[in-house]
Design a protein around this ligand. Structure first.
Ligand code: HEC
Ligand code: HEC
Length: 193
C-alpha cells in the first residue's frame, strides 16, 4: 500500500466512508466492470447475480432493484451515496464511471433485460423477438404474437416440459427455472396489445 492510498483509507475511515475498491476504469460503461465492482463491494450483503438470496436479509437482491426504482437512475442513486434509510447500508465513495458501470450491470440482470439477452442469443435466429419485424424462419411465430396462441403463463409449463415436442425445426432448449421466468418476463413485455 502506498502512503497516498493509506492516507486515503485513513481519511475515508475517519469520515465513516468506504472507498469503493476499484479496478481500472473503462471509458464506456462496462457491464463486466460493473459486475466485478458489485461482486467486490456489494456481495457481502446483496445477492449480486441472477440467482440466490442476499446474505443480509434486508438488502434487496440486485436483480429486483428494477421493482424499486427505474434502473436507469441507479447511477444517480449511487452517486447520491444511496442515502439509505437503514444504517446497515454503508456509504461509498464512488466515481461517476463506477456508478455507471454498476448501473449498466444491474440493468442487465433485471428479468426483462436478461430475458431479452437470452432470446437474442437462443431464439432470434428463427423468431422475430421484438415489437416489429418478421421471423427469419417462416414457420416460427413472432414472439409478440404468442399470447394469441397461448396464455403466456402456460408457456412456462411448455418450456419446463421441453417446447421442442412435435416441432422438428425447433431445437430443444434446456433452461433453468430462473431463465424461463426471465424469458417469459421479456416475452410478456413485447406482446401486441
Ligand atoms: C453491509 C451491507 C451492505 C453492503 C456492503 C451494501 N449494501 Fe446496499 N443495502 C444494504 C441494506 C441493508 C439495504 C436496504 C436498505 C433499505 O431498504 O433501507 C441496501 C439497499 C440498497 C439499495 C436500494 C436502496 C433503495 O432505496 O431501495 C441499493 C441500490 C443498494 N443497496 C446498492 C448497493 C451497492 C451498489 C453496493 C456496493 C457498492 C451495496 N449496496 C453494498 C446493505 C448493504
Ligand atoms: C432453428 C429455429 C428455431 C429456434 C432457434 C427457436 N425456435 Fe421456436 N419455433 C421454431 C419453429 C419453426 C416454430 C413453429 C413450429 C410449429 O408451429 O410447428 C417454433 C415455435 C415456437 C413456439 C410456439 C410453439 C407452438 O406450439 O405454437 C414457441 C413458444 C417458441 N418457438 C419458443 C422459442 C424460444 C423461447 C426459443 C429460444 C429459446 C426458440 N423458440 C428458438 C423454430 C425455432
Amino acid at each position: 500500500m502506498t502512503l497516498k492510498t493509506s492516507l486515503v483509507r485513513t481519511f475515508a475511515g475517519l469520515a465513516g466512508v468506504a472507498v469503493l475498491a476499484s479496478l481500472a476504469n473503462a471509458a464506456e460503461p462496462s457491464e463486466q466492470h460493473g459486475k466485478a465492482l458489485a461482486e467486490t463491494n456489494c456481495a457481502k450483503c446483496h445477492a449480486t447475480g441472477l440467482t440466490g438470496d442476499s446474505p443480509h436479509e434486508k438488502a434487496p437482491p440486485f436483480r429486483t432493484l428494477g421493482t424499486r426504482f427505474p434502473v436507469d437512475t441507479i447511477d444517480e442513486a449511487l452517486l447520491a451515496k444511496l442515502s439509505p434509510k437503514h444504517s446497515d447500508m454503508p456509504t461509498f465513495e464512488i466515481t461517476p464511471q463506477q456508478a455507471k458501470d454498476i448501473a449498466v450491470y444491474i440493468a442487465s440482470i433485471q428479468p426483462v433485460a436478461h430475458g431479452e439477452a437470452l432470446v437474442a442469443a437462443n431464439c432470434s435466429p428463427c423468431h422475430a423477438i421484438g415489437k416489429t419485424g418478421d421471423s427469419p424462419h417462416p414457420d416460427a411465430p413472432p414472439f409478440r404474437t404468442l399470447s394469441e396462441r397461448y396464455p403466456i403463463d402456460a408457456l412456462e409449463e411448455a418450456f419446463a416440459e421441453g417446447i421442442e415436442t412435435g416441432h422438428p425445426d425447433m431445437p430443444s432448449f434446456t433452461a433453468e427455472p430462473e431463465q424461463i421466468a426471465d424469458i417469459l418476463a421479456y416475452i410478456w413485455s413485447v406482446q401486441d396489445k
